[in-house]
Design a protein around this ligand. Structure first.
Ligand code: UD1
Ligand code: CA
Length: 450
């Protein structure tokens, strides 16, 4: 028995008022449809078919070869959307998960329970439901006086009485594959929106005396369907809480979880402390015992153990153990900071490797450079890496001392143990252990100022 899956991602999503297709809007850094694909992979789906239509190219570009596609040329409703998968799936034996691309909070455990119920009962279908205080906009689960599931009625087709129902259709279903496509062939668009509703399949199956289970989950947030930016923000809040909770359970201290923004997929070691206003995104990995924040923005970076990052911005940077960064530092792509390095305030590092124990304490720019270990780069010293056309490299050997307010005009090399006097503009290589001084000699004119 195969596990098949259909992801509905073809709708127009007009309530988003966006050029970006709805299912590609990120929730905690990952497009909604990406969360859905992760969920289906966890459920060991043998085949995943994405129904694409509106914005098909963008959805395909994002999902790539990990799913199969079927094109829904006209968006005639969710039932019509699933029907587009019939040529690919209707001959298969097995169960079919049907899930909307805009419900990123469905939990894997809930989906597993639904699959189990359909397999073991066996049932023709299971639908995930949740109770919502404000069910407006969702399809309602209509039950008989005995509590037995009867049908799903869309908001716009509800009677006044049905509108009061708080149990809603969360838009995640598991079907017996054959029964799904058989019932789908019978749906019509005879309803308020003149759409082919997937939800009508339930009324049809019920009429055929099939077993249907409406599985009501405790966690109502699982049912959040994102139809507009308000829903997007709501989904984001709950996803963030889940992510933050997981980090805390794993031993990370979040000083103020409601003001800490950690993307899905970020890894943080135990005993690290994250201060408020911090955003950790992309494929960022943070080691153990770090102190991060407040107000730091770290993207796609790898941070070792016991590193401190205060009020700084890091983008695609690597920082080794026990380095300290900030406050107010900016590490740009290609910054590789060695162990015990100190990067202080108002320092910018780009595409540069800094060896262990090196210090760049204040007001420096180090770009396109190879800096050895235990180097001291004085306050205000900079690499002059750009001549207006090309970028050039600066090499600074181990134990070198670069005085304050030095310009290193690249390409240039400062040898090991060399010393560059403060205020020098260096245009020629400095040999190992030499001292270079390149500035106007001072002249004092006695009494002149008076
Ligand atoms: C749907 C359900 C509703 C449920 C809610 C849960 C139907 C008729 N209604 O309503 O009962 O409470 O989800 O969030 O199913 N799509 C297509 N092609 C189409 C239409 C939609 O691929 O022709 C896709 C959309 O991209 C979206 C998903 O199907 O990912 C759901 O469509 P949407 O229009 O958001 O349905 P809702 O009105 O939210
Ligand atoms: Ca929806």
């Amino acid at each position: 028995m195969k596990t098949l899956a259909v992801v509905l991602a073809g709708g127009i999503g007009k309530r988003m008022n966006s050029k970006l297709h709805k299912v590609l809007h990120p929730v905690c850094g990952k497009p909604m449809v990406g969360h859905i694909i992760d969920l289906l992979k966890q459920a060991n789906a043998d085949r995943i078919v994405a129904v694409v239509g509106h914005g098909a190219d963008a959805v395909k570009a994002y999902l790539g070869a990990q799913v199969e596609y079927t094109l829904q040329e006209e968006q005639l409703g969710t039932g019509h959307a699933v029907l587009q998968a019939a040529p690919l799936l209707s001959d298969e034996e097995g169960i079919t998960i049907v899930i909307c691309g805009d419900t990123p909070l469905v939990r894997s455990a809930t989906l597993e329970r639904m699959i189990q119920v359909v397999r073991e009962t066996p049932a023709a279908a299971a639908v995930m439901s949740v109770r919502m205080d404000n069910p407006h906009g969702y399809g309602r689960i209509v039950r008989g006086s005995d509590g037995r599931f009867l049908q799903i009625v869309e908001q716009k087709d509800c009677t006044a009485e049905q509108r009061e129902i708080k149990e809603i259709n969360a838009g995640t279903y598991v079907f017996d594959n054959k029964k799904l496509f058989d019932a789908l062939s019978k749906i019509t668009n005879d309803n308020a929106q003149h759409e082919y509703y997937l939800t009508d399949v339930f009324g049809i199956l019920n009429g055929q005396q099939e077993t249907i289970v409406a599985l009501c989950t405790e966690d109502a947030t699982e049912g959040i369907g994102v139809n507009d930016r308000v829903g997007l923000a709501e989904a984001q809040v709950w996803m963030r809480r889940r992510i933050n909770r997981e980090h805390m359970v794993n031993g990370v201290t979040l000083i103020d979880p409601e003001n800490t923004y950690i993307d899905s997929g970020v890894k943080i070691g135990a005993d690290s402390v994250i201060w408020p206003g911090t955003t950790l995104s992309g494929a960022t990995v943070i080691g153990e015992g770090c102190i991060i924040g407040p107000n730091s923005d770290i993207t796609g970076s790898q941070i070792g153990n016991r590193v401190t990052v205060k009020q700084s911005v890091l983008s695609e940077a690597k920082v080794a153990d026990e380095a300290t960064i900030g406050p107010f530092a900016y590490l740009r792509p290609g910054a590789q900071i060695g162990e015990h390095v100190k990067i202080g305030d108002f320092v910018e590092i780009k595409n540069a490797v800094l060896g262990a124990g090196t210090k760049v304490s204040h007001l420096s720019y180090v770009g396109d450079a190879e800096v050895g270990s235990n180097v001291n780069i004085g306050c205000g010293a900079i690499t002059v890496n750009y001549d207006g056309v090309n970028k050039h490299k600066t090499v600074i050997g181990d134990n070198a001392f670069v005085g304050s307010n030095v310009n290193l005009v690249a390409p240039v090399k400062v040898g090991q143990g060399a010393l560059v006097a403060a205020g020098s503009t260096i245009t020629r290589d400095v040999p190992d252990n030499d001292m270079a001084i390149a500035r106007e000699r001072q002249e004092n004119r006695p009494g002149y100022a008076e």
